[in-house]
Design a protein around this ligand. Structure first.
Ligand code: PBG
Ligand code: ZN
Length: 326
């Protein structure tokens, strides 16, 4: 005889729903959007089926569709017409991210507009910071660029700035620059734990941001390190980060869990382009059931402790949730 039988609570949909421990809410998802300044740069992204580079009007249309599905947060990435050594299109008040933010906030004031703050899409060499005479990324000179850009984003109506460059001290520098100009209400979502990962491949195609020489290992984190991740998060919180992020997602769920257990601030996870591309490719080949895989993956982020999930699956997940709802 067996008094305890866990299978009793798995007998049907209703009882499984009753005892389910974790759910993914559409309102905790963030949809990334790529906005290109030049019409020639718009269109589908080959390695990210279902995702496209939009123009400013297209971004507003997409934001409307997202809101209709219950997604109220977007993360903007800009693809500028002009790149140079100092990323000057990034802090241009008429830059593509600034224009997109103004257009989305004008059309949909309730939409939370988050803007990625980095230089790699804007530099001709493709690094996230400016280079010194030796070709190394100059941390402190880069801080000045980042703060300048963040201020123009805030002026354009961005609600949250999300520095993804991994320079030391950037959260504090951005916080003081924003506060000095009365943008105390603009939040910072820091890419605190960003690993030097192979999973950014499709993004770099989409944004044309692959480094022309070398790699990002002198600033992005070394994948084997987890204690260092907690140290990065602690520093960013001290410097004023409102939300901290772990990126990529799936290979680093242990880090998401450790972050959740160690800190009380909201934790975001970025389900990156390579994770998206891998699932899409397998599903297109019939090698797995895409819908079920997506549900399982998004649930895993929430189970690991993430509050905010940034994912290219946001729209299709929300569309499916809307069809399921009574
Ligand atoms: C810019 C940036 C990258 C991503 C987000 N911000 C690329 C990189 O660091 O190379 C990756 C997003 C993705 O792969 O979906 N620094
Ligand atoms: Zn970058």
């Amino acid at each position: 005889m067996m008094a305890v039988r866990p299978r009793r609570l798995r007998r049907g949909d209703v009882v499984r729903g009753l005892v389910r421990e974790h759910r993914v809410a559409v309102e905790q998802l963030v949809a990334p959007l790529f906005v290109a300044e030049r019409p020639a740069d718009t269109g589908p992204i080959a390695s990210m089926p279902g995702i496209a580079r939009l123009d400013v009007d297209g971004a507003v249309r997409e934001a409307r569709e997202l809101v209709a599905l219950g997604i109220r947060s977007v993360l903007l990435f800009g693809i500028p017409a002009h790149k140079d050594a100092v990323a000057s299109s990034n802090y241009d008040p008429q830059g593509v991210v600034q224009q997109s933010a103004r257009a989305i906030k004008a059309a949909l004031p309730e939409m939370l507009v988050i803007a990625d703050v980095c230089n790699c899409e804007y530099t001709d060499h493709g690094h996230c910071g400016i280079l010194d005479a030796r070709g190394d990324v100059d941390n402190d000179a880069t801080l000045e660029l980042l703060t300048r850009t963040a201020v123009t984003y805030a002026q354009a109506g961005v609600d949250v700035v999300a520095p993804s460059d991994m320079m030391d001290g950037r959260v504090g520098a951005i916080r003081s620059a924003l506060d000095a100009r009365d943008h105390t209400g603009v939040a910072i979502m820091a890419y605190s734990v960003k690993y030097a990962s192979a999973f950014y491949g499709p993004f770099r195609d989409a944004a044309g941001s692959a480094p022309q020489s070398g790699d990002r290992r002198t600033y992005q984190m070394d994948p084997p390190n987890a204690r260092e991740a907690l140290r990065e998060i602690a520093l960013d919180i001290e410097e004023g980060a409102d939300i901290v992020m772990v990126k990529p997602g799936l290979p680093y769920l242990d880090v998401v869990r450790a972050a959740r257990d160690s800190f009380d601030v909201p934790i975001a996870v970025f389900n990156v382009s390579g994770e998206y591309a891998a699932i899409k490719a397998a599903a297109a080949n019939g090698w797995l059931d895409g819908d079920r895989a997506i549900d399982e993956i998004l649930t895993a982020f929430v189970r690991a402790g993430a509050d905010v999930v940034i994912t290219y699956f946001a729209k299709e997940y929300a569309a499916r949730a809307a069809r399921r709802a009574p």
